[in-house]
Write a protein that binds this ligand. Structure first.
Ligand code: RNT
Ligand code: ZN
Length: 419
């Protein structure tokens, strides 16, 4: 098999060379892409706290596939399995509800790095980077549907303290791992039915965020980001932290912006937003998801929008300003497979974009030859990127093609069946 992959690669490489594309260079650039893999796919956004229901916050994982991770050890083991089936060095994205408190109840405003030391040591031993998220849902103090924008001073104060605690944790994670941690704020706040006052919660949210971000932290360790949403379960009519709110907030305050591909109107595309917001912001984070009809958090696949996102990142020269992360939760299929499919698709779409004969396409556009632009774009889709991808997997100790699935099935038999 190795020989077949190598000879297919050589043929592909020759074909790309004819178009002025260097496949070795594309693969070298792909090595630089560290995708943040979201731990919450492994346990349906459960965490280890048992403080409240996930739907208090408008998130819902559907399905009951066996084998869900129940402890940090199980989750790390599953994550390790997934990373072993994905080429390259990546990152892990953690939520505050994944704290390890040794059985003690520690409320969210009291969390410290100590509760994540197990995760940091583990990430270090695997050479992973790490990102972090305060958890503003699945908690009694989120039950009303309002957290940082709550009209109740006590509730708001609690969640501001949680935000501050999490930024400190993020900074310490970044320091210990020697690469910055993106600490991302997403809140579920909003209302099911038409509100009278849309203004007050937004001004309270801005005030709460100002309090959370008041302390300047070294960007070497921690990068703050804010994530908008269009609607959620229970916040169909009004979301406090809308896109306009956070674009404004991020531009004014110099934070990063998180663009989740499920958080816009279905015909609105994140791929089109990247070059716009990066004119005014230093960096953005992506939560790559796949909405089906709505923000349904399906597993990422090779769809047109994924290709467009990858193309925009590469064509724009944005690889070092766009932090790519995944965000979905599917409990109806093997959860490790869900990670592996999404990660491999994300990377394969990046490789395909890196292999694009962009100069040729740009020239057609510059010359006003839109016939050629369209014709070439369609021909490019048929280039042998998959042969380069197979070779990339082979040369990075990752399974080629569908062979990773066998390993997941074996793991399922040996590990999941005992849970
Ligand atoms: C929710 C947001 C948010 C969460 C995670 C768990 O709609 O997308 O990013 O999915 O933080
Ligand atoms: Zn998200």
């Amino acid at each position: 098999m190795t020989e077949r992959i190598e000879s297919a690669y050589r043929l592909a490489s020759d074909r790309y060379r004819e178009l002025g594309v260097d496949t070795a260079e594309a693969m070298a650039r792909l090595e630089e892409v560290a995708v943040s893999m979201h731990c919450w796919q492994g346990d349906d956004v459960g965490g280890f706290e048992n403080a409240g229901s996930l739907t208090d916050g408008g998130l819902m994982a559907t399905g009951n596939y066996p084998g869900k991770a129940r402890t940090a050890e199980e989750l790390r083991k599953d994550l390790e399995k997934a990373y072993s089936l994905i080429p390259g060095r990546h990152r892990v994205n953690l939520h505050a509800i994944y704290a390890e408190t040794g059985g003690k109840k520690v409320d969210r405003n009291e969390l410290t790095i100590e509760h994540f030391a197990g995760w940091v040591d583990w990430a270090k031993s695997l050479g992973l980077g790490m990102d972090f998220n305060p958890t503003y849902f699945a908690h009694p103090k989120a039950k009303s549907g309002f957290t940082l924008s709550s009209a109740d001073d006590g509730i708001r104060k609690f969640w501001v303290e949680h935000g501050i605690a999490c930024r400190k944790i993020g900074a310490e994670i970044g320091k210990r791992l020697g690469k910055p941690c993106v600490t991302n704020v997403w809140i579920p706040d909003g209302s099911k039915d038409v509100p009278i006052d849309r203004k007050t919660p937004r001004s309270l949210l801005a005030k709460s965020l100002d309090a959370i971000f008041a302390e300047k932290l070294d960007r070497k360790n921690n990068l703050d980001s804010v994530e908008s949403k269009l609607f959620g379960i229970g916040s169909e009519s009004y979301v406090v932290g809308s896109h306009e709110f956070y674009v404004g907030y991020a531009v004014k305050n110099g934070t990063m912006l998180t663009l989740d591909t499920g958080h816009f109107h279905p015909t609105e595309k994140v791929s089109d937003k990247i070059s716009a917001v990066l004119l005014f912001l230093d960096e953005v984070q992506l939560h790559v998801s796949r909405g089906v009809r709505w923000d349904s958090d399906h597993v990422v696949i090779m769809c047109d929008e994924l290709s467009s996102i990858a193309e925009e990142i590469v064509r724009g020269g944005f690889m070092d300003r766009v932090h790519i992360g995944l965000d979905y939760f599917d409990a109806s299929i093997n959860r490790i497979a869900a990670w592996v499919i999404g990660m491999r698709c994300m990377l394969r779409s990046m490789l395909t974009a890196l292999l694009e004969p962009t100069e040729m396409l740009r020239k057609a556009e510059r010359d006003g030859d839109f016939t050629a632009r369209l014709a070439l774009l369609e021909e490019v889709k048929a280039l042998p990127a998959s042969a380069v991808w197979d070779y990339y997997c082979l040369s990075h100790d990752a399974p080629v093609g569908e062979s990773w699935l066998r390993e997941v099935k074996t793991y399922e038999k040996e590990v999941f069946s005992n849970r």
